[in-house]
Each structure stands twice: as C-alpha cells, then as structure tokens.
Design a protein around this ligand. Structure first.
Ligand code: COA
Length: 240
C-alpha cells in the first residue's frame, strides 16, 4: 500500500440500529512550508500557535486534517471553525450555526488524521508511524496470542494494537493517564484490509485498524455501530 501524499477528506456513513450518523474524516501530509502558505485559509485566529519546528508541523497538520473533515461535515469555511484544547488537552470544536459537533485528532511522522462526528456518537482516531526503534509497552500474554493470528508483520501487529488502545484512551478523554491495562484488547478479527478489535474493560467500543504505507491507523467507535468499510478503504491508499 502507498502512503498519503497530500490531503483528503472523506464522508463516512455510520449506522446503528436503524439510525444513520454523518461522520467525516480528514488526512493531511502537507509539508510545513505548504501548511504555512495556507494558514489563513484553515486556521482560526484563536488557533495561532507559538510552537516551532516539528511540534508546529504536527499541530498544523492536525488542524489541517481536522478542518478538512469539519468543512466537509458542516459546510462552514475552515477558518471560521475553532478547535481549542479542553482542560485535558482534548480538542473542542466550535462552529457558527452548529452545535454538538466533536473532533478527534492524531499526528505522527509528518501525517495527521482527524474524525468529525456528532456528540451523540463518540469516536476517536490514532495514527503512528511504524518505527522499529520505538519502545511500546509490553502487551498482555492474551494480547500477544491474539495478534499473532493477524496477517501482518510483528511490527505492524504491535502498532495496530497500540493505535487501537490509544484511540480508546482519546474517546474516553483520559489519554494514557491511567493504568494501561485498562485499555487491553479482548478480541481481534480480520475484515479485508482491516482489523476489528474489541476491549476487555470497555465493551461499548470497538476499533477499526489498518495499515496505510508506513502508518498504523485506528478509528474507535461504538461497538454496535457499523462503519462503511468500503468508504474507509480510501484511507489505505494514496491520495493526491
Ligand atoms: C492523548 C494522548 C494519548 C495523545 O497521544 P500522542 O501520541 O501524544 O499524540 P497524538 O498525535 O496521537 O494525538 C494528539 C492529539 O490528541 C488530542 N488529545 C490530547 N489530549 C486528549 C485527551 N485527553 N482526550 C482526547 N484527545 C486528546 C489532541 O487533539 C492532540 O492534538 P493537538 O494537541 O494538536 O490538538 C497522550 O498525549 C496522552 O496520554 N495524554 C495524557 C497525558 C499527558 O501527557 N498529558 C499532558 C498534558 S497535562
């Protein structure tokens, strides 16, 4: 599979017990200089940052991906939408004419992904560049057994599970401030290019995870909700 090369947004339909929820995703892999040229188009005045270097690039990538998704979701010009950190660092979206719209953001290795969703249907994303030198906390023996069944390299298996756990920590708004054991994965199942995981302690959620180029990606959503896997497939291949 190829890597993202630029930026993209995607409408996703999520269904649950006869209800349909509009969801929008955004990805961005623009360079820092390209993002800086576009800042006036997508950054709200209250989102200006004093960050520099890689931290600035990550921040702008995250906001760019989030604004692509939020514009697609609301139709409001990206610079009119504000995303500020809440008290736990969680992104809080405000948009004229819209209420109860939420966002989750992840950035890693020069790319970012975001999902915009209605408050009534909590979701979150995480992405991580596949990095053999990065230390990841050890898996439980049960998790190690589970991932060994996946048709991925050991490195991909580790990062797929890690992003599922990290996205769960975001949907809960805790991040990894609690015992990591709380985020343990209970089951994994393969569906085409995707891995569907459930959790030991948070039965109400599941993760849909996949590999895109050198990235592992996860989207966490309510367990009984169905996401349009065919639409999500777009995010496993190149965009331009
Ligand atoms: C939340 C957390 C899992 C994110 O993981 P990460 O590998 O650092 O970074 P990612 O790129 O995956 O995600 C970053 C995004 O997560 C979001 N985020 C941060 N805290 C969050 C929380 N509590 N809940 C949900 N989302 C959160 C933000 O949107 C952030 O991007 P932004 O700062 O550009 O808006 C991690 O930072 C964490 O565990 N935080 C809690 C503990 C901590 O370090 N707190 C520091 C502030 S006191």
């Amino acid at each position: 599979m190829t890597e993202w090369t630029n930026s993209h947004h995607l409408s996703l339909t999520v269904t649950r017990e006869g209800l349909t929820f509009p969801v929008s995703m955004g990805v961005s892999s623009l360079s820092l200089s390209a993002l800086q040229l576009e800042i006036h188009r997508f950054l709200h005045p209250e989102e200006r940052t004093a960050l520099t270097g890689i931290a600035q690039h990550d921040y702008l990538l995250g906001r760019h991906a989030a604004k692509l998704a939020a514009f697609n979701f609301t139709g409001v010009a990206p610079a009119g939408i504000r995303i500020r950190p809440g008290v736990f660092g969680q992104p809080v979206l405000t948009c004229p004419g819209h209420s109860n719209v939420q966002v989750s953001i992840a950035h890693s290795g020069g790319s970012a992904m975001a999902v915009v969703f209605p408050e009534s249907h909590p979701m979150a994303v995480d992405i991580e560049v596949l990095d053999a030198d990065r230390f990841l906390p050890p898996l439980s023996p049960a998790e190690s057994l589970l991932i060994a069944s996946l048709p991925h390299t050991p490195e991909e298996q580790q990062f797929l599970l890690w992003t599922a756990r990290e996205a769960l920590s975001k949907v809960l708004r805790t991040g990894f401030t609690t015992d990591l054991e709380l985020f343990n994965v209970k089951s994994v199942a393969v569906n085409g290019d995707f891995v569907i995981s459930t959790f030991v302690h948070f039965l109400q959620y599941k993760a849909v995870s996949w590999i895109a180029g050198n990235m592992a990606c996860s989207l966490v959503l309510p367990e009984r909700s169905q996401v349009d896997i065919a639409a999500l497939q777009t995010l496993t291949s190149r965009v331009s």
